[in-house]
Design a binder for this molecule. Sequence first.
Ligand code: ADP
Ligand code: 5GP
Length: 212
Amino acid sequence: MKRRGLLIVLSGFSGSGKGTVVKSLLQKYDNYALSISATTRQPRPGEVDGREYFFKTREEFEQMIVEDKLLEHAQYVDNYYGTPRDYVEHKLEDGFDVILEIEIQGALKIREKFPDTVLMFLMPPTADELKKRLEGRGTEDEATIKKRLLRAVEESQGVEEYDYIVINDVLDDCVEQIHEIISNEHCKASNNLEKINQFRDELTNMWKGDIQ
Ligand code: ADP
Ligand code: 5GP
């Protein structure tokens, strides 16, 4: 019996380390597939269309919404971001645990549609460290960093909605903790109904004649 893939949302303040953590998770384990989002934001230096994001114009993005090609979408600091539907559905069917690296509005929409989704929120060890990481990444100007830190204040109001909080202090520890949480989620009875029913049937068949 093929193991059913789980839908995993990983959110976190900009600069908390989501991209870094997911990259390491994908390098270490082969049961994960990362959904690549569509966005209207400009590529950062080194980002490649179809690898980090599908970079779209506002018109192209709005067309995807009209054609129902996105599982969810949201606006984040002046730009649209959204999750293409087909990839996620196919990878889940193939048994992969699909990771959506998305912000909170999208996370809540996904949970409404797919109640079994595991919602994780990545936290830096301190607010100071978050600022340091954003500045250290060197990919945004000062004004954008400020907008992202202000957005973090808003986002911090919604963290209780998540199932798990994971602190990204030492990278490897954080990656291991995320992998462990997901492995445990696979053991939930509610994620194994097919297996339970199959066993129950086999057991019943074994004693068919003796059960009244
Ligand atoms: P996000 O995707 O959440 O915006 P990134 O993965 O781009 O964040 O990480 C932001 C910056 O912090 C990057 O420069 C990255 O190298 C650094 N970083 C990520 N995780 C850690 C960590 N555990 N310790 C120190 N620096 C980190
Ligand atoms: P960044 O511009 O730093 O790559 O991403 C900005 C924010 O958008 C991050 O919080 C990231 O998780 C979120 N994001 C990326 N892709 C999606 C998506 O498809 N949908 C939603 N709702 N948020 C996304």
